[in-house]
Design a protein around this ligand. Structure first.
Ligand code: HDD
Length: 699
């Protein structure tokens, strides 16, 4: 990283970084140690002595190395970077400097996570992904603790423990790990129709992102921006990934969970190490306070979106992640987000889910990080100056000087003084009402937006949603739960409910009294997401002795030049011999890897090589599986014979005129011509080709 890329936060962290280079082993007391492999004992074969302070200290520290994992979002990965506003004329809307001043690069730490699984669970499970951003602004820390879905399961945070108990592994046997496909979750869902909209998102491909770098983020709640005059504007926060929003397919996601459970974490780490810095654009939906009641839903209801076609998302800045943490525990595990960390110019609304979160996050850090001084942990420290009269407590790291730790005081000169500028001013709002436990009637519709989501999906996205419901409900043992879910979904869309019912052994419901309203919001579909680059796409090239080595050299140059990576996979490790005797290094032997960790496959020609691949089950499985998952395939010359063997096409699909043929992402050519390269890059850029017929593929 160049010195220019180092942020103010990086400089603050310098004081805490410890490097083992040129050091000598000591105890925690600084006593130098010359043997850490043998305990002090009475005789070579005798008992260990209590006085072995090095042994005792080493073991005691080890015994206390674990802290409680997060009750939700335990599995995560994080990175540092910065946020920079565009020249966006938001100065009339908020006093939050980091949102309006293009001259400021605000340091950030971002942590992505799954929700239900434990710390050691797999990355590619069907789940919501956390997208939590800590902005270390000059006005203090601001946390935007969002998800990759714009809505939530429940409307009031008092139900959060119920929901989490239902989705987590069941309490008697702690099964299943990191999965929503079990009775308790669906029991809760069928009895709590407010979950319906979120469940549509959870059953969609959004719940299995290809990469953290390829998913959207949302602040979910309606927040409020406040300007210098105290005028409020409702706001929804959106993060849009530069690489587009792309997903895995379910069969693939499950296989990756075994092949590479760290798939998303590794992807984030490797992209940053390679200098392919992940990037998102921040967008805002702004609603004047006068329009609070202008919608057919309540802005305070976190199970609702504001469709982008009604209130457009206005781009206001960009987020870049450019540095991996030095130490997972110290930084990614100890980072403490809190929805209540806000800077002047950003305020809350009366969304009851938001209000509950204001309590829960501080509370959870107290138990998780062992006391009230967790804001002093390096990753949590603001870059803004911290001065107050809070004192003592476990793990106090600050040596507060002076006699006075109270306000007002005369003995300390009255310091710290009360701020008279750039201070936090709560938005003024008149509030009065009866003390009641009652949900507002404006929160009463649970289906319209679930229907909107369903209507907005492309045909293949709908197929995936139906398959996901069938998979999950197929694992539910109680019939009344399956029936209850189908009953609810019938209010979303009759055809959807019938399709699901027929797959899970439930009688199809009668048509509902309120038919589908027919409205859609195209922005909700991933089909139209950005598909304009192959940057960081992972391409597998299958080769065996006798391969056309020139083709590999050319393909490598073209694809790596376009920003993709190309791995040569073969039946064994070491090198592959080209037709003319050249040696090409093998990146991975086929048995150690799998098609599921790649985005696309290339198979060059070369008679002997093609024959060896044809006889190799792993190679044929690789091609068939990649085809099944909708990935781009580029097949050259004699390798076209493999299409029949893998049951994914036929060499006769190629007209044989020296040109290039393209059918649903399968690109065939005689040689590595410019056309072939262009068509293959276009096929990879498209991400997936979900229209293929794949029922017959056994992989
Ligand atoms: Fe939460 C963690 C996001 C509702 C209580 N939440 C947590 C994290 C994210 C979210 C991204 C992980 C932060 C990290 O990486 O450390 N949570 C959300 C979103 C919600 C939401 C987008 C709805 C809009 N959460 C929610 C409610 C409650 C909580 C309603 C409780 C009333 N969430 C927590 C928590 C966690 C947490 C128990 C666990 C670990 C932590 O806070 O630091 O306090």
């Amino acid at each position: 990283m160049t010195s220019e890329e180092r942020t103010a936060k990086d400089r603050r962290l310098d004081d805490y970084r410890v490097d083992p280079q040129d050091t000598v082993l000591t105890t925690d007391q600084g006593i130098r140690i010359d043997d850490t492999d043998n305990s002090l004992s009475a005789g070579e074969r005798g008992p260990t002595l209590m006085e072995d302070f090095h042994f005792r200290e080493k073991l005691t520290h080890f015994d206390h190395e674990r802290i409680p994992e997060r009750v939700v979002h335990a599995r995560g990965a994080g990175a540092y970077g910065y946020y920079q506003a565009y020249d966006n004329s938001l100065a009339d809307t908020t006093t939050a400097g980091f949102l309006i001043d293009p001259g400021i690069k605000t340091p950030v730490f971002v942590r992505f996570s799954t929700v239900a699984g434990s710390r050691g669970s797999a990355d590619t499970v069907r789940d919501v992904r956390g997208f939590a951003v800590k902005f270390y602004t000059e006005q203090g820390n601001h946390d935007l603790v969002g998800n990759n879905f714009p809505v939530f399961f429940i409307q009031d945070g008092i139900k959060f423990p119920d929901f989490v108990h239902a989705v987590k592994p069941e309490p008697d046997n702690e099964i299943p790990q990191a999965s929503s496909a079990h009775d308790t979750l669906w029991d809760f869902v069928q009895l709590q129709p407010e979950t319906t909209h979120m469940m549509m998102w959870l059953m969609s491909d959004r719940a299995i992102p290809r990469s953290y770098r390829m998913m959207q983020g949302f602040g979910v709640h309606t927040f409020r921006l406040v300007n210098a005059e105290g005028r409020g504007t409702f706001v929804k926060f959106h993060w849009k990934p530069k690489l587009g929003t792309h997903s895995l397919v379910w069969d693939e996601a499950q296989k990756i969970a075994g092949r590479d459970p760290d798939f998303n974490r590794r992807d984030l780490w490797e992209a940053i190490e390679a200098g392919d810095f992940p990037e998102w654009e921040l967008g805002l939906q702004l609603v004047p306070e006068s329009d609070e009641f202008a919608f057919d839903f309540d802005l305070l209801d976190a199970t609702k979106i504001i469709p982008e076609e009604i209130v457009p998302v206005r781009p206001v800045g960009r987020l870049i992640l450019n540095r991996n943490p030095d130490n997972f525990f110290a930084e990614t595990e100890q980072v403490a987000f809190h929805l209540g960390n806000v800077v002047p110019g950003i305020d809350f609304t009366n969304d009851p889910l938001l209000q509950a979160r204001l309590f829960s996050y501080l509370d959870t850090q107290l138990i998780r990080l062992g006391g009230p001084n967790f804001p002093q942990i390096p990753v949590n420290r603001p870059i803004a100056e911290v001065r107050n009269n809070q004192r003592d407590g476990y793990h106090q790291m600050t040596i507060h000087r002076g006699q006075a730790s109270y306000h007002p005081n005369s003995l300390g000169g009255g310091f710290p003084a009360l701020a008279d500028r750039d201070r936090y001013v709560h938005h003024q709002e008149r509030v009065d009402g009866d003390k009641i436990r009652k949900r507002s009637e404006s929160f009463g519709d649970h289906y319209r937006q679930a229907t909107l989501f369903w209507n907005s999906m492309s045909e293949w996205e709908r197929k995936h949603i139906v398959a996901a419901f069938r998979f999950e409900l197929g694992k539910v043992r109680h019939n009344h739960i399956r029936e209850g879910v189908v009953r609810n979904l019938n209010n979303v869309d009759h055809e959807l409910a019938v399709l699901i019912a027929s797959g899970i052994g439930v009688a199809p419901p009668e048509a509902p009294s309120v038919p589908n309203h027919g409205q859609s919001s195209p922005a909700l579909s991933q089909a139209g997401s950005a598909k304009d680059s192959v940057l960081t796409r992972r391409i597998a090239l299958l080769a065996a002795d006798g391969v056309d080595a020139d083709a590999i050299t050319r393909l490598y140059g073209e694809l790596v030049g376009a920003g993709a990576t190309l791995d040569v996979l073969s039946t064994q490790g070491g090198t592959v011999r080209g037709g003319d005797g050249e040696h090409i290094p093998v990146t991975h032997p086929l048995p150690t890897t799998s098609s599921v960790v790649y985005d696309a496959v290339l198979v060059p020609g070369g008679e002997g090589g093609v024959q060896l691949l044809a006889e190799d089950g792993a190679a044929m499985h690789f091609m068939a599986e990649a085809y099944k998952h909708g990935k781009a395939l580029g097949v050259l010359g004699s390798a076209m014979a493999l299409l029949d063997i893998a049951r994914i096409g036929s060499a006769s699909d190629y007209p044989g005129d020296g040109g290039v043929s393209v059918e649903q992402g399968v690109v065939l050519g005689d040689t590595v011509s410019d056309d072939f390269v262009q068509e293959f890059i276009a096929a990879v850029t498209a991400h997936r080709h979900p229209e293929r017929v794949i029922r017959h593929i056994p992989a």
